[in-house]
Design a protein around this ligand. Structure first.
Ligand code: BG6
Length: 484
């Protein structure tokens, strides 16, 4: 028997993501057969009320696949418990409810912290106090912790310490929903299940790598959180660095949690740290022009809604290869992609080869992570009926065309892995801390004495104008691909 307890049950994440993902897994027959889903939140409400509320949101967010019959079967497994996350009494009562639902069977409990981060400490402590964090024969407990995991290195270390007081690292699943995306997982398949890419996946063939996560959306209702986070904490410390580890890590010996995470940590630990002066040279910081008009944003706010970084990984594979990371809100289109720009051929033998300085055409591999999920290879071809003139062409692969249908939401994969006890796609404590070690000095430099004022950019643009001049000063251009 599995029990999944969702703390923060009345929040948006639960209704828009977690329950629709569980419903889809149930519909596809992928959920464990015997499972209870228990929502925990302060709001007083009956299980029936909660189910009705969830039916509405699931209809909206479960990828057009809603069927009332299937929902009714799934909903029979859903229960609601009104409790206070800061009170021991509530945890005693929760434990009794779970025991009643679970019966005498072998039990696997998964606690999901989908609350505001300020409650993480209390939830883990209360679970510990109630004796609900300890494994025993026939009884396992695991905990999933949503991002953000800390707001800097120190707070992440403190949170790790608190959680470790009650849970062993092997029981902790720090979630980053980007790691559940099919296309992010496909980076590993592309690299390690194909013989043609790995031999060229290094500094000898790759000139630079660009990882972009641009969004059209603005900050909207999230200004309270975003004002404190900004783009570095919101997108770089987690999603962008996680994608980078997949793109840059050494082949793990096996696809298991330890081997994969060991290799990812090595990448993060090899990223060159920067002095404040180096941060100034190697970053761009921007703010969309109407950001300060958003409700909840301070007058004169300096919070960055756009960032670009140039990083180096100091190891044999990547020595000297600049890695450009970039993310912004209110951009012209939503696109998350990895662009691998290969070096040019060593010798130019075609006289008609265009002589230009920036950028010279090289081969390019584009991994379009979302939307229009796919892969493209860009290469030079002869223009017919010319005297050896050439033009860039591309080979395209599209996931949806190939596998017909919709890609599952990342929470489906991650919830299933956590229920099954597979932590490969979750961040380990040393990984999260290593990522903060990279981001903290950049964040400090951006904030301290306003060394860098974010440059304004227009909503619907490609970010601050300086970002283009900045990357060109390194002899590189952004490769932008707005999905059709
Ligand atoms: C979240 C950030 O983690 O990821 C949001 O807090 C961002 O600001 C979101 O919009 C992007 O996720 P996705 O899956 O839509 O790319």
């Amino acid at each position: 028997m599995h029990s999944l307890v969702i703390f923060g049950a009345s929040g948006d994440l639960t209704s828009r993501k977690l329950i629709p993902a569980l419903y889809n897994l149930f519909r596809k027959n992928r959920l464990p057969k015997f499972i209870n889903v228990v929502g925990f939140s302060r709001t007083k409400m009956s299980s029936g009320d909660w189910r009705n509320k969830l039916a509405e949101t699931t209809k909206q967010f479960a990828n057009k696949s809603f069927s009332q019959d299937v929902w009714n079967q799934f909903a029979a497994r859903i229960h609601y418990f009104a409790g206070d996350i800061e009170e021991s009494e509530s945890f005693g009562q929760l434990d009794s409810l779970l025991k009643t639902l679970e019966g005498e069977d072998e039990v696997h409990r998964l606690f999901y912290l989908s609350t505001a981060p300020v409650f993480y400490r209390s939830a883990t402590e209360q679970l510990g106090k109630a004796g609900m964090s300890v494994d025993s024969p026939g009884h396992s407990c695991r905990i999933v912790i949503e991002k953000p995991f800390g707001t800097d290195l120190e707070s992440a270390q403190n949170l790790n310490e608190t959680v470790h007081r009650n849970f062993d690292e092997s029981q902790i699943y720090r979630i980053d929903h980007y790691l559940g995306k099919e296309t992010v997982n496909n980076i590993l398949i592309l690299r390690f299940a194909n013989a043609i890419f790995e031999p060229i996946w290094n500094r000898n063939y790759i000139g630079n790598i660009q990882i972009t996560a641009n969004e059209e959306v603005m900050v909207g209702r999230r200004a309270g959180y975003y004002e404190k986070a900004g783009v570095l904490r919101d997108m770089f410390q987690n999603h962008l660095l996680q994608i980078l580890t997949f793109a840059a890590m050494e082949p793990p010996a096996r696809f298991d949690a330890k081997s994969v995470r060991d290799e990812k940590v090595k990448v993060l630990q090899s990223i060159r740290s920067m002095t404040a002066d180096e941060v100034l040279q190697n970053s761009v910081c921007g703010q969309y022009r109407s950001y300060r008009d958003e409700a909840g944003v301070k007058t004169g706010s300096q919070t960055a809604t756009y960032g670009a970084l140039r990083l180096f990984i100091d190891n044999w594979r990547w020595n000297g290869v600049p890695i450009f990371l970039r993310s912004g809100k209110a951009m012209s289109c939503r696109t998350t992609q990895i662009v691998i720009n290969f070096r040019q051929p060593p010798h130019k033998m075609f006289a008609n080869d265009e002589v230009s300085t920036l950028p010279l055409p090289g081969n390019r591999l584009v991994l379009q992570l979302q939307p229009a999920e796919g892969i493209q290879v860009h290469f030079e071809t002869k223009i017919p009926d010319t005297d050896m003139q050439m033009r860039s062409s591309e080979l395209r692969f599209n996931f949806l065309d190939k596998f017909c249908g919709e890609l599952p939401d990342s929470y489906e994969r991650l919830l299933l892995d956590a229920l099954n006890g597979d932590a490969s796609l979750f961040a380990r404590s040393d990984e999260v801390e290593a990522a903060w070690r990279i981001i903290d000095p950049i964040q400090k430099c951006w904030e301290s004495s306003r060394i860098i004022d974010p440059e304004f950019y227009e909503q619907g643009s490609m970010g601050p104008a300086h970002a283009d001049r900045w990357i060109e000063s390194f002899g590189v251009r952004w490769f932008d691909l707005c999905p059709m």
